[in-house]
Design a protein around this ligand. Structure first.
Ligand SMILES: Nc1nc2c(ncn2[C@@H]2O[C@H](COP(=O)(O)OP(=O)(O)O)[C@@H](O)[C@H]2O)c(=O)[nH]1
Ligand SMILES: [Mg+2]
Length: 494
């Protein structure tokens, strides 16, 4: 129904020969500056209490006046109740709150108007059609409001990305990270690095121009060298963390593994709060890898249930075991599950020797693969009885049956995932996209060329290249294709 409405509105603005069938445009929004005034439903689609429709562009004031005549535009940035009518027929459409944001103090930097109407489909379609009939107005493309904000310097490119991430954030950690990026932290950092390079470049150029001159301060080249060295260290540290930010954006791979019947599928169902996997006392029930996206203690994760690791089984289960091992290698975090009442069995011992102990041996040197050992079925242990086994590496006790130990496991998961994804509550700004990583790596590579350059002119050129990558990271000198790619993440109305 909403797609149909949009087509109607688009036709109202463009005539019947230019229908747009898709709300999300693969090619992104057209570049701003055409002078057109755009409008769109900016709130979510579907029946709702209040829907927000907004406009941006020079004809916004005229549009507002057309729908609220005979009254004039309200004072800037103050909500006013107005009767909205169709300017063609004078027919009342709704009694709505309207807001007027004269540029440049608006989201896009242009004149903007907002109509907070009742969220019924007929009201929304009536107001959209009325706006489509105002001369100079046309429906907005996907991401066009944000693109205009970027074009008018209201947001840097990393802030635009933060905004897109905020709209898509599904977990608390993602929301925190997106807000920090929207606040411009990564952009500020890149700009301060670019300033450092500008200074170093000025020193090198001064030496090229006045090297023989007695008036030039001593040690200018040494100063440039030390600034570059410090920057290299900072960039290196951020690049080492690069995968964390990307995991925070797309989800960490958490793989549940263990011998058959330990309760792996029960744990996956408990953590995802839905029956993802079949739970059965029959060993070898789970054969394929089953994946489900979950919010684990505030962090996004892709949780995989795997076949129980054991040898000497039929070909189908053997393939399941092969896939489980493959998945273990790709895991950001392994949730190793053992049956607490069955630790002495050959399957449990083999799993401890082949998966748990090797991972434990790697982790102290900062290896990226981390492991949490969970001893499940604690309800089967005798109350007040001895520890399940003093030889077992550090572990958590859990009962998937009673839920006992779940809070402790979630807290341990939160700590592990904060390491795996970076903690947006405390850590440095994260690099959440491959694009960020690419520009920082290229900047670092150019600094490497600076150090090797025998000739001062080449050294200065390497600094310029390095600075160019930092500038492009925040959107300076960005090509249209990159902008298209980024704005494609937005929906119509944002
Ligand atoms: N007593 C008890 N039984 C459990 C617990 N967790 C799972 N089970 C049972 O153990 C059996 C195997 O569970 P399942 O999750 O299919 O194990 P998987 O083979 O490792 O995936 C099933 O009969 C479950 O009901 C638990 O915490 N306590
Ligand atoms: Mg299973």
């Amino acid at each position: 129904m909403w797609r149909g409405l949009w087509t109607l509105v688009t036709r109202a603005a463009h005539g019947p020969r230019s229908p747009r069938s898709c709300m999300r445009q693969a090619s992104g929004a057209p570049a701003p500056g055409s002078g057109a005034t755009i409008f769109a439903l900016s709130s979510g689609q579907g029946r709702c209490g209040i829907a927000v429709i907004r406009t941006s562009g020079p004809a916004s004031g005229h549009a507002l006046r057309s729908l609220t005549a005979p009254r004039d535009v309200p004072p800037p940035r103050s909500a006013c109740l107005r009767l909205l009518s169709d300017p063609r027929t004078g027919e009342p459409l709704d009694r709505a709150l309207v807001l007027w944001f004269p540029g440049p103090q608006s989201f896009t930097g242009e004149d903007c108007a907002e109509f907070h109407v009742h969220g019924g489909p007929a009201v929304v379609s009536g107001v959209l059609q009325a706006l489509g009939s105002v001369p100079g107005l046309r429906p907005a493309e996907a991401g066009e409001f944000t693109r205009r904000a970027f074009a008018h310097g209201k947001l840097s490119l990393t802030e635009v990305e933060g905004l897109a991430d905020l709209i898509h954030a599904e977990t608390e950690a993602q929301r925190r990270q997106a807000l920090r990026q929207l606040d411009g932290e990564l952009g500020h950092l890149c700009r301060s690095w670019a300033e450092t390079l500008t200074k170093a470049l000025a020193h090198v150029e001064a030496y090229i121009d006045f090297g023989e001159d007695d008036n030039l301060e001593e040690g200018v080249l040494e100063r440039a060298d030390s600034e570059v060295r410090e920057l290299e260290v900072a960039l290196g540290a951020h690049l080492r963390d690069a995968r964390r930010g990307q995991r925070l954006r797309s989800g960490a791979h958490v793989v549940v593994a263990g011998p058959p019947n330990a309760g792996k599928s029960s744990l996956v169902n408990l953590l995802s709060r839905k029956p993802v996997s079949i739970v059965s006392p029959e060993p070898g029930t789970t054969r394929d890898v089953l994946e489900t996206p979950v919010d684990l203690a505030g962090f996004p994760a892709l949780l995989s249930d795997t076949a129980g690791l054991r040898e000497g089984v039929g070909p189908v289960e053997q393939e399941g075991v092969r896939r489980a091992r493959e998945r273990l290698e790709q895991a950001d975090l392994i949730l190793a599950v053992l049956d607490a009442s069955d630790l002495a069995s050959p399957y449990s011992c083999n799993f401890l020797d082949t998966v748990v102990t090797p991972a434990g041996a790697q982790s102290p040197n900062g290896s990226s693969q981390r492991l949490l050992l969970v001893l499940n079925k604690s309800d089967l242990l005798l109350p007040g009885g001895p520890e399940p086994s003093p030889d077992v590496p550090p572990h958590l006790l859990l009962s998937c049956l009673t839920g006992e130990g779940l809070d402790g496991l979630l807290e341990a998961l939160r700590k592990e995932l904060a390491e795996v994804c970076g903690d947006p509550a405390t850590g440095p700004p994260l690099l959440t996209r491959a694009r960020h990583q690419h520009h920082l790596q290229s900047c670092l590579d150019a600094l490497g060329l600076y150090k090797q350059a025998k000739d001062l002119a080449l050294a200065a050129e390497a600094l310029r290249v390095a600075r160019g990558h930092l500038t492009r990271l925040t959107g300076g000198g960005g090509t249209e294709e990159i902008l298209d790619l980024i704005f494609r993440d937005f929906c119509v109305g944002k």
